[in-house]
Design a binder for this molecule. Structure first.
Ligand code: SAH
Length: 262
């Protein structure tokens, strides 16, 4: 590192700096570099992952909320300087930079906003062909799990409707400064060739969220608020609980509900 200066980690920003260079490189190498010319790293901190991205045939942007980290990056990564965005990833309109162009997302993400990062990615899925990086292990696993698993939930279904999700590898707390309380997991999401749903997207999100809010109940009970017709409610699919439904079955269910309303 060009500079010995270290940033003292700020807990409220979810700062756990990766110390292990080989893991940083391994994360950078999860990108396929196919289908986009730009990559956005969320939360670069002191740039441990960024420096491996800068070696690739791709244009790297970083978005970082912490002024101290931004100053550090500006001083140590001169070529990156014009592409450092000092903003909150969750609030910033990324099209001010990407102008509707596709970009990949990568990061050793701030774990305190994991779910919100995934939801923002889903909202911008038309522009995001690939997403990879590190979450707390439990979140990374949940996103990749299939139906029938106890941890299969809203994130699993919504992500897998649009992306193929792979859990890649686990890393222990000791490789971070300070170490987090939990293990971490690296995953990669690759957008499906056809990522247009055959049902209404908004209704699909609503059905999935409502069904899992009461995950132990049958769909007949949990989806009461949709005011479905008696004949639809008699369908055997409503005997099931949400964790028994595959992504495709959730899509089929949404179509049934959509047609019922007509
Ligand atoms: N990638 C670095 C740092 C990981 S810690 C490493 O591996 O060492 C998470 C980073 O996300 C911190 O630098 C933190 O300041 C940043 N961060 C937290 N919330 C953010 C937000 N809303 N938008 C952008 N960056 C954020």
């Amino acid at each position: 590192m060009a500079n010995k200066y270290q940033i003292k980690a700020k807990k409220h920003l979810g700062q756990h700096f990766l110390k292990d260079e080989s893991i940083a490189k391994k994360i950078a190498d999860t990108l396929s570099l196919k289908g986009y010319k730009n990559v956005l790293e969320i939360g670069p901190g002191m740039g441990v992952l960024t420096k491996y991205l800068l070696k690739k045939e791709i244009t790297t942007y970083v978005i970082e909320i912490d002024t101290e980290s931004v100053e550090y990056l500006q001083a140590n990564y001169l070529t990156l300087s014009p592409r450092i965005i000092e903003k909150d990833f969750l609030k910033y309109n990324l099209n001010e930079v990407f102008n509707n162009e596709p970009f990949a997302i990568i990061g050793n993400f701030p774990y305190n906003i994991s779910t919100q990062i995934v939801f923002k990615t889903l909202e911008m899925r038309d522009q995001i062909p690939e997403f990879s990086g590190m979450f707390q292990k439990e979140v990374a696993q949940r996103i990749c799990k299939k139906e029938g698993s106890k941890v299969y939930g809203i994130l699993s279904v919504l992500v897998q409707a649009f992306y193929d999700a792979e859990y890649l590898f686990t890393v222990p707390p000791e490789v971070f400064n300070p170490p987090p309380k939990v293990e971490s997991g690296i995953l990669r999401l690759t957008r499906k060739n056809n990522f247009t749903l055959s049902c209404d997207d908004k209704l699909f999100f609503k059905v999935v969220k409502t069904a899992f809010q009461q995950r132990r109940k049958t769909l007949r009970n949990s989806l009461k608020t949709f005011n479905l017709s008696d004949s639809l409610r008699a369908n055997v699919i409503f005997d099931k609980r949400p964790e028994q439904l595959s992504v495709q079955e959730f899509i089929n269910l949404t179509t049934l509900i959509e047609n019922d309303a007509n």
